[in-house]
Write a new protein. Structure first.
Length: 267
């Protein structure tokens, strides 16, 4: 059985009731994980797991708490020797036949075995680059390589092996290169050897804030990130000289891929 964890603040009762309604309607078992908040507990986790995060100047305390909530769940997967773990944020909306994916795990084991993988279950309805994998589809949904930047870590499955690789890489990053969890996964970690980044399409999940932009559930974290996006200078991933040369040489390929971008639908 798949271990489903939903990151949620204990006091966010409206959002927790939303999750109960979504998962219970499809008889999908899940557990709430009490999201970390700016507190002494958060500082203790940072010191223990990612001390450089204390020196990161641009992320809000809420963003740091969100990142650490995901990392603590990743560590839980390792400590309990789970082969994989499914992680959701608490405004997620489940699509049709979600129960076929989020209860039994035979489909997962048949397709990915012992791979180090991150499988994105959601869409944020932005244009992205996908590539065919040859992996057999399941319940009318395909598994494609995600080859471009994306945003949001509202719903995903990550394997034990992938967690080990990602944590090793994160621990090598400078304070400057530390970012919200979705930026780390999609922009900084997707080129790790032996690590595969997949997108389920059509997507199984969508965040309520994306589906209902005008009246969706909005968290303080989302407000913080919106403020940061509009008021702080944008971080640029620092590149070595060889990487800068490669960036210039690959510009024609990037232009072609830009034309080939597609939008993952929610079903």
């Amino acid at each position: 059985m798949l271990h489903n964890y939903v990151i949620s603040l204990p006091q966010a009762e409206e959002r927790r009731q939303h999750i109960r309604n979504e998962f219970d309607a499809k008889n999908i078992p899940f557990k709430f994980f009490d999201a970390l908040q700016p507190s002494l507990e958060l500082q203790q986790h940072i010191v223990k797991m990612l001390p450089r995060l204390q020196d990161e100047p641009n992320m809000t305390d809420g963003e740091k708490a969100c990142l650490m909530s995901h990392l603590v769940l990743w560590r839980k997967c390792l400590e309990e020797n789970l082969p994989y773990i499914a992680i959701f944020e608490d405004d997620i909306v489940l699509g049709s036949q979600a129960e076929k994916f989020l209860i039994d795990t035979l489909w997962l084991e048949q397709r990915f075995a012992n791979d180090a993988y991150f499988l994105c279950l959601e869409t944020v309805l932005r244009l992205i680059n996908l590539k065919s994998t040859g992996i057999q589809e399941y319940q009318g949904r395909q598994f494609k390589f995600l080859e471009s930047s994306n945003s949001g870590c509202g719903a995903y499955i990550i394997s034990n092996q992938a967690i080990r690789l990602l944590l090793q890489k994160i621990h090598t990053l400078s304070a400057y290169d530390l970012n919200p969890v979705d930026v780390l996964v999609y922009d900084y970690l997707n080129n790790i050897p032996k690590f595969s980044l997949y997108q389920l399409t059509p997507a199984l999940c969508i965040q309520d804030s994306v589906l209902n932009k005008q009246k969706g559930l909005v968290s303080q974290l989302e407000k913080d990130r919106f403020f940061n996006f509009n008021n702080l200078p944008k971080k640029k991933k620092r590149k070595k000289f060889s990487e800068r040369i490669q960036h210039v040489l690959l510009k024609p390929i990037r232009m072609i891929k830009k034309v080939q971008r597609q939008r993952v639908l929610f079903l």
